[in-house]
Design a protein around this ligand. Structure first.
Ligand code: 3HC
Length: 302
């Protein structure tokens, strides 16, 4: 049977081998959830140091997952961790990692030129029918796909931090993404025990389009002297059931990330500029290098 003849049926392109570019928080998280489910995953980054850090992220997260899944059984926990790591290879050679991949997921730095350069390079090396996906949270999928000759096999696959815990994946379908590619990525997400949603290629997709203006407005509210950041966080946690208040969440996401998304949308002009108007508090924190949890200081100290 040729699965390509059944693009709208339950047949999905067979994905077995996955290569993930980028071993930061997101890349490592994606590697982990795929390896946990038995996929053969290659994690690629520029140097061994980055890959070691990526493995460290996976290792500490896996311990939490294993403890939860196999509560009082240390042997099973150990086996689960070993099984997951046995499915992970690492590589610093970006071409080598792509040669036999069925699915390539990019989770490198949020810079359009850097991403396009990588995708253009991989397009020549990866198997012709391999699917390319980007975990970008702020760049247009259509523009990234232009670096390749496979816009039909190119989509967004947007995970959320912490990847092993957050259940959602946004599957972003550009105008050129084929139904078959979309279907394969929906099925792949479900196999990772995630819940996929489909979204058009628009700024922020669903979650960030709503979340970013909300986070920014929380900062403005404090600038206007309405309440303290601590009280805003308490209010949103206890009054709206959020697991983290907007300030804690901004520190968690990274203030540089938040600022760069807002700046990009303002400059791109596709989002109401009032929603993403410049905010002095945010700009000052970022220029002082206080980027949130990862630097030990953001709105709050860590
Ligand atoms: N790996 C595996 N499991 C993890 C984990 C990790 N890195 N981090 C947390 N968990 C699990 C814990 O094991 C625990 O599981 P359980 O409830 O089943 O026992 C659960 O998450 C809760 O963890 P904790 O008890 O340690 O801590 P909290 O209750 O404070 O939860 C949190 C932490 C899950 C991060 C929670 O605060 C939360 O959901 N925050 C909001 C996160 C969010 O909104 N993320 C999206 C950000 S936007 C984004 O990523 C898009 C990007 O493009 C900007």
């Amino acid at each position: 049977l040729n699965s390509r003849a059944f693009s709208t049926s339950s047949f999905a392109q067979d994905i077995q081998k996955i290569t993930v570019y980028g071993s930061g928080l997101m890349g490592a998280g994606i590697v982990q959830v795929a390896a946990q489910k038995g996929y053969a995953v290659t994690m690629v980054d520029l140097d061994e140091g980055s890959l070691e850090r990526g493995k460290g992220i996976i290792s500490s997260s896996l311990k939490r997952v294993a403890k939860k899944q196999f509560k009082d059984d240390e042997q099973k926990q150990k086996e689960f961790i070993e099984f997951t790591f046995s499915n992970i290879k690492t590589n610093t050679d970006s071409g080598e990692g792509a040669k036999d991949a069925d699915l390539i997921i990019e989770a490198i730095v949020e810079n359009i030129e850097t991403k396009q350069k990588l995708f253009g390079f991989l397009d020549k090396i990866a198997p012709k029918d391999a699917i390319f996906a980007s975990n970008t949270s702020s760049l247009p999928i259509t523009e990234l796909a232009k670096a390749t000759d496979r816009a039909d096999r190119f989509a967004g696959l947007h995970f959320f931090n912490p990847v092993p815990q957050m259940k959602l994946v946004e599957v972003v379908k550009s105008e050129k993404t084929s139904d078959e590619t979309h279907h394969a990525l929906m099925e792949f997400s479900k196999k990772l025990d995630k819940t996929p949603v489909t979204c058009k290629d628009t700024p922020g997709f669903i979650v960030n389009r709503l979340l970013v203006p909300y986070l920014l407005e929380a900062i403005r509210l404090v600038e206007r002297g309405v309440a303290t950041s601590a009280d805003v966080d308490t209010a949103m946690k206890l009054g709206a059931g959020m697991p983290m208040g907007p300030f804690e969440l901004s520190d968690f996401v990274g203030l540089d990330t938040l600022k760069s998304i807002a700046d990009g949308w303002r400059e791109g002009g596709q989002v109401d500029p009032n929603l993403v108007a410049k905010i002095k508090t945010l700009d000052d924190l970022v220029s002082a290098g206080n980027l949130g949890r990862k630097t030990g200081q953001g709105f709050f100290p860590y």
